[in-house]
Design a protein around this ligand. Structure first.
Ligand SMILES: Nc1ncnc2c1ncn2[C@@H]1O[C@H](COP(=O)(O)OP(=O)(O)OP(=O)(O)O)[C@@H](O)[C@H]1O
Ligand SMILES: [Mg+2]
Length: 238
């Protein structure tokens, strides 16, 4: 079997007395769409912050394409091929969608301006933002900003993209568009870790789900297995 592109082994992250991520292990293989679920405060965003280099784990190993990446800077990790979107979009509010995406291509990938512009134009097309490319970020609606986050992540040409709650706050009618975009990204050969509370997105987009509660992995399986898992139901409703 092919080696995983990402291996998380026994990772722990503490904030004072709180164990936000507790001895967590999982793999992502090339082309996987892995869902990450869990109640509020379960440790999902903290885990993404560890993989993305914002936090150094207190213990454990994070391996990406054979590199030991735990504790590397976000910039280095981005260069190795991991990109992410934030739960709260973080665009440069006074720059246009195109300029925002170009910044990601320039700084995330080291492209010069004209190459960055052509790369940005391409990913804005994939995220269905071509019509908005000259609009400044502060004038974009919520759904559009989420897609701009994705465009900025893709502009760094990642092998793995981590997406934190792309569907949160969207109305039902907007969800098929997000599902299409996720499939499109995956077809480009990019692996995805998707954190999402919107169940329809989880059920329709991902191959495998990991459920966290209080920093611990409490279940792993197909969406169907997860929906029938008593521990998962108890974590949400118990
Ligand atoms: N920088 C920090 N300093 C101290 N505590 C933190 C920090 N970041 C997260 N925490 C705590 O760690 C725990 C896990 O938080 P995290 O944001 O990872 O949860 P989450 O699963 O992403 O939740 P949500 O679904 O609400 O986004 C929470 O108890 C949170 O308060
Ligand atoms: Mg979170």
């Amino acid at each position: 079997m092919e080696a995983p592109i990402l291996s998380v082994v026994g990772v722990t992250k503490r904030f004072g007395g709180l164990v936000a991520v507790n001895d967590l292990s999982f793999d992502v293989r090339a082309g996987d769409i892995l869902g990450l679920m869990g109640p509020n405060g379960a440790g999902k965003s903290t885990l993404l912050n560890i993989i993305g280099g914002e936090y150094k784990p207190d213990s454990g190993i994070v391996k990406f394409k054979g590199h030991d990446i735990a504790g590397l800077s976000p910039h280095k990790i981005c260069h190795l091929g991991i990109a992410r979107t934030y739960q709260i979009p973080r665009p440069f509010t006074n720059l246009t969608a195109l300029q925002n995406t170009m910044v990601a291509a320039i700084f995330g990938r080291g492209l010069e301006k004209s190459a960055a512009e052509s790369e940005a134009t391409k990913v804005l097309d994939i995220t269905e933002l071509s019509e908005k490319k000259e609009v400044v970020a502060k004038d974009l609606a919520a759904l559009t900003l989420k897609r701009l986050e994705l465009a900025r992540a893709l502009a760094t040409k990642p092998a793995l993209v981590m997406i934190d709650e792309v569907a949160a706050g969207l109305i039902e009618a907007e969800i098929p568009k997000i599902l299409d975009i996720l499939k499109e990204i995956n077809k480009m050969g990019i692996s995805i870790i998707l954190v999402e509370h919107v169940m329809r997105v989880m059920m329709e987009a991902v191959d495998r789900i990991i459920v966290m509660d209080n920093g611990v992995k409490i279940a792993e399986g197909t969406p169907k297995e997860i929906m029938e898992d008593r521990k998962v139901i108890e974590a949400y409703f118990g």
